[in-house]
Design a protein around this ligand. Structure first.
Ligand SMILES: *Cc1c(COP(=O)(O)O)cnc(C)c1O
Length: 481
């Protein structure tokens, strides 16, 4: 299996080669040359598998240059009840458990890993894959990134204590929630470096861009990233769509729909890939918050990104995006994998902020009429809806969900089809976003065991100006000693 860039110019590569990189050299995103297919017999066999075995079977179709025995070791090490322990008391059969809200309506719990958000599902595997690959190459990697909360902590918890890997994570000083700050800054592993920047998230992001564009520094200090376009993360997320489908159905002739709280289009992109592999998914429903670029596209065929000052700070902050970085992967398939047109469309995003596939006079194409064939639908939920949904879910089902999941439930209910079960992906635990839970319900969200006093633990971080030279010399100093 080889990987090609959506922009069509970069060379084909194997899974292991693209694992440690981000964008392709031509600025595109990697996708497999063709999607591996799943057979009826495989699906039947997979019904009996543990999560770790299922992950191994799905991954084996994409990572064909890693020996199967090694993949098995890696997935067995990653998907344990101990790592995903916030449900089922460390019982591995409870990895991504399903909760029935009412007949035909389910929540799939993806946030039982160490940082209480679904990003742990892929990032934990990525940590083990990185360590394995670097070990073989006797190489080292310095992961450098910026976070406003969830991604940074998922990366740090996945990479802590790993041989050959250091993590340098920028975050805006005093701008994350107390819980998120404590999660990151209380880590005391010697390969984790928390850098609190006197500025906002955009300053941190700009510093990462500046360092990444210094190719000499980048290669000298072996700088890598773990952002949401990483292909291995997307593949790891494909697994739980299979798991959800197999848990809800008895035979492969049944269909299931998924609703996915979305920001960068990483999670639902994995659902798209599962569907392209032949998993009988009926609808993929994209749920957005006030930042509704994706809802606008799936309703009208117009993709128009927003500027930073047009991006709202909301109570489902992990979906506050103005530009969906994985969306290019779907558009590539939507327009029939024509890299030249794809490149022209995304050049237009850079120059004019968007493109229009509605087929109206003067538009850039008419492929919007193919969207339904890919199963996509969408909806939007704003703060008022979020509060109402949190209350409704608590009163009707006795369940407390997080704010992003609430957006998913609101939108899922608008797209119910009585004939087809609907699974809503739960993307975080409510404890992470307690302020809004308290606003909606009048009491605090429950905290999983081990997190009761996290804010009181000693914290380890350095404070720095938003100064590129300063952060470079810090990285240089830490990697030399
Ligand atoms: C990252 C995140 C999302 C958005 O996922 P994408 O893959 O960016 O679409 C939704 N909810 C939570 C809690 C997240 O952390």
């Amino acid at each position: 299996m080889h990987y090609i860039s959506t922009r069509g110019i970069a060379a084909r590569h194997t899974f292991s080669t693209i694992l440690l990189g981000g964008l392709a050299e031509d600025g595109g995103l990697y996708l497999p040359e063709s999607y591996p297919q799943v057979t009826d017999d495989e699906l039947n066999l997979w019904r009996t598998y543990s999560y770790a075995d299922l992950a191994c079977a799905v991954l084996a179709k994409f990572a064909t240059d890693i020996p199967l025995a090694d993949l098995r070791t890696l997935t067995q090490k990653t998907y344990t009840g101990k790592v995903y322990c916030n449900a089922g008391d460390g019982d591995a059969s409870q990895i991504t458990p399903l909760k029935q809200l009412e007949p035909g309506l389910y929540l799939q719990g993806l946030s039982n890993g160490p940082t209480l958000a679904f990003k742990d599902m892929a990032m934990q595997l990525l940590g083990n894959l990185f360590e394995y690959t670097l070990d073989k190459q006797h190489a080292e990697l310095n992961i450098f990134g910026a976070t406003s909360g969830d991604t940074g902590s998922a990366a740090e918890y996945a990479m802590r204590g790993k041989r050959g890997i250091r993590v340098f994570m920028l975050s805006p000083y005093k701008k994350m929630s107390a819980f998120q700050t404590a999660q990151m800054f209380s880590l005391d592993d010697s390969n984790i470096f928390n850098i609190a920047v006197e500025g906002v998230f955009d300053d941190c992001q700009d510093m990462v861009k500046a360092v990444s564009s210094d190719l000499h520094f980048k290669s000298l200090y072996k700088i890598g990233t773990v952002n949401s376009i990483n292909w291995a993360r997307v593949v790891a997320q494909v697994v739980y769509y299979f798991r959800g489908y197999l848990s809800v159905t008895a035979t492969n002739s049944e269909k299931v729909s998924f609703t996915v709280p979305s920001g960068n289009f990483g999670n639902v992109c994995s659902g798209h890939i599962a569907r392209m592999m032949g998993l009988p998914i009926d609808k993929l429903v994209v749920a957005t918050n006030e930042n509704d670029v994706l809802d606008e596209f799936f309703k009208t065929g117009t993709y128009q990104v927003r500027k930073a000052h047009q991006t709202f700070h909301t109570s489902s902050p992990s979906m506050d995006i103005s530009k969906a970085s994985n969306f290019e992967r779907f558009v590539f398939d939507l327009i029939g994998r024509d890299s030249q047109r794809l490149t022209a469309l995304f050049k237009k995003v850079e120059s004019t902020g968007g493109f229009d596939l509605s087929g109206r006079p003067g538009s850039d194409g008419d492929e919007f009429n193919r969207v339904a064939g890919f199963g996509f639908l969408s909806g939007k939920s704003v703060h008022r809806d979020r509060l109402a949904t949190l209350r409704q879910v608590y009163e009707k089902y006795g369940t407390i969900v997080d704010t992003h999941t609430a957006d998913g439930i609101k939108v899922a209910l608008e797209h119910r089809d009585q004939q087809v079960p609907m699974i809503i992906l739960e993307t975080a635990l409510p404890a992470k976003f307690n302020e809004t839970i308290h606003e909606a319900l009048g009491f605090d969200a429950p905290r999983p065991a081990g997190f009761e006093r996290i804010e009181t633990l000693p914290q380890r971080f350095v404070v720095m100006q938003a100064d590129v030279e300063q952060v470079k010399s810090y990285i240089a100093h830490q990697t030399e000693c």
